[in-house]
Design a protein around this ligand. Structure first.
Ligand code: MRU
Length: 366
């Protein structure tokens, strides 16, 4: 894939030889910058610094980073380098389940190889298969979520759960894109104006590329807009879904779910099976990332001369807290929009869904 193709493919990360290439999401919406990373350590840095973000995209990048480590490791230290890479990549960010899912999947594939050349080949094939699987699941999520869209009212989505976060169709944005492509009218409110402004910077950029009608809503304006009767559905993505349905997603999601319940607005979570964590009993056990207070102290954007700049907005020396995610309890969620249909937020329904998804992925192709 070359630089201009990421838009056509709607894919934020890809490989060229042993290099991992990324659309640098920190530069959006003002500039498109492509990073070409030659070493897996650089790819780990890009995940940590959020040049790539969004649970599924982080997973894909982790899978490619494993393939990259396998392709570049010297033959005499191959297994040592691969194990070091596995630990470093898998822990680059803690909350998104898709990251360890991808790393372990590529690792399991290469471990089956009889020798180093075969291991390099298998690692790359598995990372590419991961991408194809993710893309296929997002298309199914689009179809499953389509009937949920309200006919007359707006849809609200939080942070970015489009193709920047999950290749091709995205998760929460997938049904919206499909509706738009089918000529149905849909209007989207995008939130997450703080702390990182990912609704403002990424979701509005994506929706504008696609021509979907939308408006940016300050996070603080949600209750008012719901009370006015303008919103008919809230749909968000997820970073990790516990076995009981408690869901970690970008900070602010929990507040939206509480407001949606108060206004009797359905609140759905769109996510593929690798985002579910059967080993994690409830939201209390989900590892939660806390990021630097600088994100709260500063805002960044273009100045009047069109130059990138950051300005400090808070009182000098103030103490901060900056949790990056929150947990929405299962009882506030109407359902999960998955590649296998709507899954109810109960332990039994999630267990059934994951068993079916696992059976399908271990069935050899006919
Ligand atoms: O910190 P981020 O930008 O990686 O967090 C992203 C989110 O919380 C998204 O809503 C998300 O991953 C859902 S779509 C895969």
């Amino acid at each position: 894939m070359n630089d201009s193709v990421y838009l056509k493919e709607r894919c934020p990360v890809w490989m060229e030889g042993a290099a991992v290439c990324l659309l640098d999401q920190r530069a959006l919406p003002h500039k498109t910058v492509i990073l070409r990373l030659a070493r897996y350590e650089e790819t780990v840095g890009a995940i940590r610094q959020m040049a790539v973000r969004g649970a599924v995209a982080i997973g894909m990048t982790g899978g490619y980073a494993m393939a990259q480590a396998a392709l570049t490791a010297p033959e005499n230290r191959f297994w040592e380098v691969v194990e070091r890479a596995r630990a470093a990549i898998g822990s680059a960010r803690p909350t998104a389940k898709n990251l360890t899912y991808a790393v372990e999947r590529v690792h399991a594939a290469l471990k089956k190889a009889p020798d180093v050349p075969a291991a390099r080949r298998l690692a790359l094939l598995e990372a590419q298969a991961l991408y194809r699987d993710d893309a296929r699941m997002t298309r199914r999520i689009a179809e499953v979520g389509l009937p949920l869209l309200p006919k007359k009212k707006a849809v609200l989505t939080h942070c970015n759960a489009g193709w920047l976060a999950c290749p091709n169709w995205g998760t929460a944005l997938a049904p919206i894109y499909l509706a738009h492509r089918k000529g149905k009218s849909v209007f989207v409110y995008a939130t997450e104006t703080r702390p990182r402004g990912q609704g403002a910077k990424l979701t509005t950029w994506e929706l504008a590329q696609e021509g979907v009608s939308h408006a940016l809503l300050a996070d603080t304006a949600v209750g008012h807009t719901m009370a006015q009767g303008e919103i008919g559905l809230v749909i968000v993505g997820a970073d990790r879904i516990a076995a009981n349905g408690d869901t970690a997603n970008k900070i602010g999601t929990y507040g939206l779910a509480v407001l949606a319940r108060a206004h009797r607005i359905p609140f759905y979570v769109a996510a593929p099976s690798p985002t579910f964590d059967a080993e994690c009993p409830s939201g209390r056990e989900i590892p939660m990332e806390e990021r630097s207070g600088e994100e709260v102290l500063q805002v960044s954007g273009l100045n009047t001369k069109g130059e990138e700049t950051s300005v400090r907005v808070a009182t000098a020396g103030v103490t901060t807290r900056n949790p990056a995610f929150d947990v929405t309890p299962a009882r506030l969620i109407a359902g999960f929009v998955t590649e296998r249909g709507i899954v109810r937020p109960t332990k039994a329904a999630i267990r059934r869904f994951l068993n079916q998804a696992r059976r399908r992925s271990t069935t050899p192709p006919a």
